[in-house]
Ligand binder design. Sequence first.
Ligand SMILES: Cc1cc2nc3c(=O)[nH]c(=O)nc-3n(C[C@H](O)[C@H](O)[C@H](O)COP(=O)(O)O)c2cc1C
Length: 334
Amino acid sequence: MKNNSNTNKFELCRFSVAPMLDWTDRHCRYFHRLLSSEALLYTEMVTTGAIIHGKGDFLKYSEEEHPIALQLGGSNAKDLAHCAKLAQERGYDEVNLNVGCPSDRVQNGRFGACLMAEPELVAECVAEMKSVVDIPVTVKTRIGIDDQDSYEFLTDFISTVSEKGGCEQFTIHARKAWLTGLSPKENREIPPLDYDRAYQIKRDFPNLVIAVNGGVKTLDESIEHLNHLDGVMIGREAYQNPYMLAEVDQKLFGSEAPIKKRSQVVEEMYPYIEQQLANGSYLGHITRHMIGLFQSMPGARQWRRYISENAHKPGAGIEVVEAALAKIPKELNV
Ligand SMILES: Cc1cc2nc3c(=O)[nH]c(=O)nc-3n(C[C@H](O)[C@H](O)[C@H](O)COP(=O)(O)O)c2cc1C
């Protein structure tokens, strides 16, 4: 487990796993943490409304998940500040504002990517959050929205939010978002990636900490991006092919620890799974994040299928995971 006490507070972003609604929940993050002790892990976006008015604890996580960043969705500066303070009190290492999500639901709430058109408001929100916390307040954004996709539009956004709001760190999803006409999924695939825009931002704002996101699939690509900027965030590939995270510490952080085998990671999940089941969690809610672990290995299909068919059954326990692991040929030693 790590926290930010000994690290420059902005060094956390060198490599991160993206916030992904319904995917990067606390079970997923615990699993990812076993694969990399260095990667910064983002929560799913949590709206200020859910935190302030919702039933249940939306800020719950396990201590092992550090370093961990809470991503907030919202545009009311007071509410965001209130939630940022709660995040700090609960021990989060960073709080991040979502200025990248294009879904209709989010636009109706006047937050997410549509906030790119309101840099003054974003600046006000960041300033208000920063006035109540010491942890970094960061912003995740796109390179543009709709027809507002010039480099000047992006620099105007970044300069307003950094100069007036005091934001020192941005993660740039290097494609624009269409606010109408495309689904959120299409908005992650159709608008073309333009990494040069993010690199240019780093050149034009050398004092800001800039991470890039979007379409990165390998650690070698990540290393190439790190030649141009401060951090890389990976979303879908890290979720669908989680074993890519197993070499993050060695390749990106200079760790000399041995790279864990997949089977070791599964076995390291057992105590957590037992504990969560004892607390009333369902096996399937935990194992659904693990099904990509053996991607492209012999036995991967059987592993996936066994878990998918059995983990949701009433009373399913650790024996399901053990049986699924037994589908992977032992002699592979993976
Ligand atoms: C299932 C899913 C849910 C997502 N939810 C969020 C979210 O809550 N907040 C956010 O800022 N981005 C969200 N994203 C976008 C990702 O954080 C990331 O910006 C995007 O997937 C591009 O990175 P990638 O190509 O590495 O996946 C989501 C993406 C996916 C696939």
